[in-house]
Design a protein around this ligand. Structure first.
Ligand code: HEC
Ligand code: HEC
Length: 322
């Protein structure tokens, strides 16, 4: 009796301990979910009513499409409203403004990366500081800070809607005595000129071509041009490049056991869409300058569509092509 009484008392203490630990973990978890998303969700971590972009999920936004064409139609006033709601808790925006949780952002676009006076940056971003912020690098950062610099102190999921990102960039550029010029958008190349066109970051016409894509032709191209470096079999081995089974819809540059070049790190983690794969395969070295994939690219849009249809075919659950 005495013994079992002691045991049950001990049992109660353990139960209470477990419960307390559970509550603490639960609390920490709640906080972590508010501030530190464990993977980039579709929506920004800090989402405020009334500011949800019109079509936050619909766009096939791998996030790494060129932002330049969208800047032409960007709305700095919308960008300002968005920044006030989602960024101003951590960042001041006025000239000479104080650093807060994050650094003051006046003059950031066009200025040196992660170098605002008096702010102590995480080691994660110091490693990524290369030259000045431009539209492409700022676009990549704001798409997903934690993909850009894993371990960054900026606890913000990222802006997934490309047009919203363009609006924010259009606003950020106004925070400077002399705003960074917006580069000219690459011309939408006419069909006959495509072969000669330099590697544009976007492939405007590809969506229309998926409908007529030929998986068998794609397979033939793959055998000839890709299979020396890539296997494409379920559970297949990595070679010079990673195995590509199930690549459409998979997280970019994240195959287990494969060591990627640092050139693609900033682009890693977003799911591959047919469109982002098209951009990559058109000119890997423009998509991620310095990539270890030594392959000039597939310039012909229909051939690229065929290859992507073939990649998509090699999957447990092929995506619906646009
Ligand atoms: C929860 C706080 C927080 C929020 C919200 C936040 N940031 Fe940040 N931001 C930071 C921190 C902290 C850093 C420094 C990152 C580091 O040291 O790893 C940073 C860094 C930056 C930088 C780089 C600055 C430089 O000196 O090069 C830019 C640009 C930026 N943030 C823009 C934004 C924008 C735009 C938003 C809203 C869409 C936003 N941030 C939302 C905390 C935040
Ligand atoms: C000379 C070798 C080589 C050839 C040829 C090559 N690749 Fe690659 N590929 C690589 C390497 C290496 C990487 C990893 C890139 C890095 O780390 O910078 C890669 C990465 C990729 C990725 C991204 C994989 C991921 O994990 O997200 C895709 C998709 C891809 N290649 C498709 C192709 C296709 C399709 C072809 C043919 C049209 C091709 N590659 C031809 C070497 C090659």
């Amino acid at each position: 009796m005495g013994k079992s009484g002691k045991d049950s008392l001990l049992g109660n203490k353990i139960a209470a301990g477990v419960l307390t630990a559970g509550l603490i973990l639960w609390g920490a978890n709640r906080i972590a979910h508010i501030f530190i998303p464990d993977e980039a969700p579709e929506k920004p971590a800090i989402q405020l009513a009334g500011l949800t972009p019109a079509a936050p999920i619909a766009a096939p936004s791998g996030g790494q499409e060129s932002i330049i064409p969208l800047l032409a139609s960007a709305d700095a006033a919308k960008g300002q409203a968005f920044v006030q709601q989602q960024c101003a808790a951590c960042h001041t925006l006025n000239q000479g403004g104080a650093n807060g949780v994050g650094p003051n952002l006046y003059g950031v676009l066009g200025g040196p990366m992660f170098a605002h006076a008096g702010f102590s940056y995480s080691d994660a971003v110091k490693a990524k500081a290369k030259g000045n912020w431009d539209y492409a690098s700022m676009n990549a950062w704001l798409t997903s800070p934690s993909s850009f610099a894993s371990g960054t102190g900026m606890s913000y999921a990222g802006i997934h809607n490309p047009q919203t990102r363009a609006d924010v960039l259009a606003y950020l550029r106004t925070l400077a005595a002399s705003p960074l010029p917006i580069p000219a958008a690459p011309p939408a190349s006419a069909a006959p000129a495509q072969a000669a066109a330099p590697a544009a970051a976007v492939a405007p016409g590809i969506d229309a071509l998926f409908a007529s894509a030929d998986t068998a032709k794609g397979q033939a191209v793959f055998q000839q041009q890709c299979s020396a470096c890539h296997s494409i079999a379920k559970g297949g081995p990595n070679g010079v490049g990673p195995d590509l089974y199930g690549i459409v819809g998979a997280k970019a540059f994240s195959a287990p056991g494969f060591t990627y070049s640092s050139a693609v790190q900033a682009k890693a983690g977003q799911p591959w869409t047919p469109d982002s794969l098209s951009d990559w395969l058109k000119a890997p070295n423009s998509y991620a300058s310095g990539t270890a994939m030594s392959f000039a690219g597939i310039k012909n849009d229909q051939t690229r569509a065929d290859v992507i249809a073939y990649l998509n075919h090699n999957s447990d659950s092929p995506a619906k092509l646009p």
